[in-house]
Design a protein around this ligand. Structure first.
Ligand SMILES: Cc1ncc(COP(=O)(O)O)c(C=O)c1O
Length: 363
């Protein structure tokens, strides 16, 4: 069996034909009608009123904050200490200041109590990260708390395309939701991002921000601050084809995760995180006593894996030596992502589970 990668993209003749036909048709490559069509299909899948397609899922977050007017150093944005670093870096890029909070032990998402403790009169927003497609257990409390205090909610749903909560797509509960189409995602355009919102004013602003604040394309009249965060139609033709495949991938990813969970169910050293039926796990995540020894054993067996992110407060741009976020620290030192691409075969899943069983049987 070939080496089982932790992630790989999935495309077939439909993407290849779409690119060839676009190129043969003399497309200008740059962002135009195909990007709009890709955005329309994202809006329709997530049932959002508006969607703006961006260059990646970091600048989407930056633009969302700029559109909300959160651009001063004194403006604070609460970010979970356990997330991909882009969630915090986007705050710095917008000109504001990230403030960290711990995550829940059950979901790895922002902890309500810790979030409340981080609130000051300068708190302007929270970055609600649906990590691995999950929402915090106390989502409703967080939503009401923020509504009462007029604290904006930017949803970092980079990992959550195909995930729902009470029938509504993740990313539609806050003011604006952000997605990523980088390679290790349920669908990919190589790089790419999207912002969805039901707020027409926010949509208007994010469309301006990604195009130098131009009132209309190609006309150099600038009515708002903006830079170049645009996409390309060359990528959009791939995105349009990938969007058609989401429903099938949602089913596959859920099935793969369930099978893995079942096969490892009685390995006492392996912990799985509570995962609702509406969640399509982005990565197959497990909690184990010693991440690095399991990772190297799996590599010897021809299986790729990846340790969870580090806590942000231990990283160079944010180093806070006197702070502790116990749950975030726990996950950063015990979490491992197993192979997670949608097209994993049953044989591959069995091999992964058997290797983990053997590892723990011998330790
Ligand atoms: C939670 C989260 N936020 C933001 C990003 C950044 O997205 P991108 O790589 O498209 O810039 C990622 C990327 O994986 C992510 O996982």
């Amino acid at each position: 069996m070939e080496f089982i990668q932790q992630y790989k993209p999935w495309f077939d003749e439909s993407e290849i034909e779409a690119v060839v036909s676009y190129m043969r048709g003399g497309g200008y490559l740059t962002e135009f009608k195909k990007t709009q069509e890709f955005g329309t299909s994202m809006a329709s899948y997530t049932d959002a009123a508006h969607c703006s397609i961006y260059a990646n899922g970091t600048v989407t977050l930056t633009a969302a904050l700029i559109a909300l007017g959160i651009t001063n150093k004194t403006d604070e944005v609460i970010v979970p200490d356990y997330t991909m670093i882009a969630s915090a870096n986007a705050v710095i890029m917008a000109g504001a200041t990230p403030v960290f909070a711990d995550v829940e032990r059950e979901t790895i998402c922002i902890d309500y109590e810790s979030m409340k403790n981080a609130v000051t009169p300068n708190t302007k927003a929270i970055m609600l990260v649906s990590i691995n497609g999950r929402y915090p257990k106390k989502l409703n409390e967080i939503l009401s708390f923020c509504k009462e205090r007029k604290i904006s909610i930017v949803e970092d749903a980079a990992q959550s395309l195909g995930c729902f909560y009470n029938g509504k797509h993740v990313g539609t509960y806050g003011d604006i939701g952000s997605f990523s189409f980088s390679m290790p995602k349920i669908i990919t355009t190589g790089q790419g991002g999207a912002l969805i919102t039901n707020n027409p004013e926010l949509y208007r602003k994010v469309e301006l921000i990604k195009n130098f604040g131009r009132e209309s394309a190609g006309v150099d009249k600038h009515i708002f601050f903006g830079v170049n965060f645009k996409f390309t139609d060359l990528q959009a033709v791939i995105g349009i084809e990938q969007m058609k495949k989401i429903p099938e991938r949602v089913v596959l990813k859920k099935k793969n995760y369930k099978l893995l969970r079942h096969l490892l169910g009685n390995v006492k050293e392996v912990e799985f995180i509570t995962t609702g039926e509406d969640v399509t796990p982005w990565f197959n995540d497990i909690i184990v006593p010693d991440v690095y020894s399991l990772q190297s054993y799996l590599k010897e067996q021809g299986i790729g894996s990846r340790p969870f992110y580090p806590t942000l407060h231990t990283q160079a741009p944010y180093y806070l030596h006197d702070k502790h976020f116990p749950n975030a620290e726990f996950f950063a030192s015990h979490g491992l992502w197993l192979p997670s691409y949608s097209q994993l075969s049953i044989e591959e899943i069995e091999k992964i589970a058997n290797s983990i069983r053997t590892f723990f049987a011998g330790n």
